[in-house]
Design a protein. Structure first.
Length: 156
């Protein structure tokens, strides 16, 4: 079974009312995905964060720039496409963000994906004041299918 299918099976049974953050985990193919959400119903989730780890993966041997390129190409289910912003080789991280953040009045909304040389990946959404003000993490809504596909797309 694929990571996408394993997660989708669990998501289809996950229900809880908004306001009480819960975590759903799934393991498949050497990957562990944790979905932290503020609510889940029959259609989707109000996602706080999607976190992937590769507990038995090759530590420190991943070409982050190549992996980031694959993630940028494969992640298509978010509101904005992603772009590679920075690769920090000494820290072993690559930072991806929305190509063109969504603007609503004086706020910008964007996704941020942090990739690790250990195989980790964390996807979050942020709201920032236009012109460089403070930013805050916010939840985002995805259908079960889009969420399972996102997890699978990050597992490269």
């Amino acid at each position: 079974m694929t990571l996408e299918n394993t997660l989708l099976q669990k998501l289809n049974k996950w229900r809880f009312a908004p306001g009480d953050r819960q975590t759903l985990t799934a393991e498949e193919g050497g990957w562990t995905v944790a979905v932290h959400a503020d609510g889940a119903d029959t259609v989707g989730c109000h996602v706080w964060e999607v976190a992937l780890t590769r507990p038995n993966g090759p530590a420190g041997t991943i070409d982050l720039k190549a992996r980031a390129g694959k993630v940028v190409q494969s992640v298509t289910g978010l509101l904005e496409p992603l772009k590679l912003l920075e690769v920090d080789v000494p820290r072993g991280t690559a930072l991806l963000r929305s190509q063109a953040p969504k603007q609503v009045e004086e706020s910008l909304f964007y996704y941020e994906v942090l990739l690790g040389a250990d195989g980790a990946a964390n996807a979050r959404r942020f709201e920032a004041e236009r012109g460089g003000g403070k930013r805050k993490q916010i939840p985002f809504t995805l259908t079960h299918e889009a969420l399972a596909q996102l997890a699978d797309d990050l597992a490269v």
